[in-house]
Design a binder for this molecule. Structure first.
Ligand SMILES: C[S@@+](CC[C@H](N)C(=O)[O-])C[C@H]1O[C@@H](n2cnc3c(N)ncnc32)[C@H](O)[C@@H]1O
Length: 393
């Protein structure tokens, strides 16, 4: 039996678990300690003791790791946004890559050779092109400062600046904002002229990315880390070149980022997207370049299976870039069975969700994993982007 709830424990941290907590053992039982690093000897207080594992709060570092650095952000303890600021960035990258390798090995019994080294952009801070701030008072029509939600998931953290955000967003943090009656949060983004666009507005704006300038909407999705998005688009373009499809199917296409950047020369382009904000921009982004794209409006899970059953084509290339929650089990099941799909690239911003969906897609033995590429799209946070290329077995 492990130690009692609320008891202090002394342990050596062995690794960083998915999510950024340090992991160590006491009497064979695993304990997750937020803020502790591998190699460190720490004193921690148990705050949540389950049958097979526990969570503990870091009280004191008895023996620090040489990889430990002072977090540069003054809000890091209260704010829930960053999990890795206390670790050297190169080590964060190494641990994230290892998490991908271990997760694929454990969850899919898939050996690591096809997993490529993690790719990173030039910035470890100042990369976010968009931030979301939350309402902090009940009656909100009068201007008041907005805030991040804290590490405890409910308190507000008022800040003067976020180190992850592009410096051009700085002015929005401390400024008072008058929200609409039903507005509980507001998104602020950077446009082409470095001007700020907010979700209060209902308008189009332009974003330069990968040598192109895209139309985007103030209330729609656009990629947050532009440098790393370029790397992802280059990787997709490379796979497209190698497989030379006659049709590129962009599922959850958004404004058409990957169709435009990775597959503009493919003869037949099909984009599936449900958001009216994105579709308006998608149409402009295709038309402006004279790209002959067909736009399918609505939910991918409802439209794509019927489309495919009526339009099977062996040399189609399918890109899946769903929201964080991934695809439905039914759609994953459809992919697992669909014959004639030769190349499927799944781009995910949540590793666990990707593994969940791949387990279903791979379950019938119709595909093999050709390559997996992790991208550090969200430095200093627990998140990462993973591309998995499946080809017909
Ligand atoms: C992660 S974003 C990717 C967008 C695009 N690939 C890009 O890079 O800009 C996911 C997109 O899926 C759209 N979406 C969400 N659920 C959807 C659904 N069920 N069917 C179709 N599109 C959906 C969202 O509006 C969003 O544009």
């Amino acid at each position: 039996m492990g130690p009692d709830f609320k008891m202090n424990i002394e342990l050596t941290i062995e690794k960083i678990a998915f999510g950024g907590d340090g992991l160590g053992f006491v009497d064979g039982k695993a304990y997750f300690v937020e803020g502790a690093l591998p190699g460190e000897r720490v004193l921690a207080r148990i705050k949540n003791d389950k049958k097979n594992y526990g969570k503990a709060r870091l009280l004191r570092i008895l023996l620090p790791s040489p990889e430990r650095v002072e977090p540069p952000c003054p809000y890091v303890r209260a704010c829930g946004g960053c999990q890795y600021q206390h670790l050297r960035y190169e080590e964060e990258l190494r641990w994230k890559e290892l998490q991908v390798r271990e997760s694929f090995a454990k969850e899919l019994r898939a050996d690591a050779p096809f997993i490529q080294p993690i790719r990173r952009g030039p910035k470890e801070y100042g990369y976010r092109q968009s931030i979301t701030l939350h309402r902090t008072v009940k009656t909100n029509q009068k201007p008041h400062p907005l805030a991040f939600i804290g590490r405890d998931n409910h308190s507000f953290v008022f800040i003067e600046n976020c180190m992850l955000a592009d410096e051009n967003l700085k002015s929005v943090f401390a400024a008072p904002h008058a929200l609409g009656k039903y507005e509980i949060k507001r998104v602020f983004k950077i446009g082409q002229d470095k001007g700020i666009v907010s979700s209060e507005e209902d308008r189009l704006y332009r974003v330069p990315l990968g040598g192109e300038v895209f139309w985007a909407h103030s209330r729609g999705f656009f990629q947050n880390n532009l440098d790393v998005t370029e790397l992802v688009a280059e990787e997709v373009a490379e796979i497209v070149r190698e497989t030379a499809p006659s049709r590129f199917i962009d599922l959850y296409s958004g404004v058409g980022t990957f169709t435009v950047l990775s597959a503009p020369k493919i003869p037949e382009l099909c984009c599936f997207e449900q958001s009216p904000y994105a579709i308006d921009c998608l149409r402009r982004n295709l038309n402006e370049r004279g790209l002959p794209g067909a736009i399918f409006r609505g939910k991918v899970e409802q439209m794509f299976p019927n489309f495919w059953l009526g339009n099977r084509k062996e040399d189609s290339f399918i890109l899946l870039d769903p929201p964080r929650l991934g695809i439905t089990p039914q759609l994953a099941e459809f992919f697992s069975k669909a014959d004639m799909i030769t190349n499927l690239v799944y781009l995910a911003c949540d590793l666990q969700i990707l593994l969940r969906d791949l387990r279903i897609i791979l379950s019938k033995g119709n595909y093999r994993i050709r390559t997996v590429v992790p991208f550090d799209m969200f430095p200093r946070t627990k998140h990462l982007e993973v591309l998995a290329w499946l080809e017909r077995a």
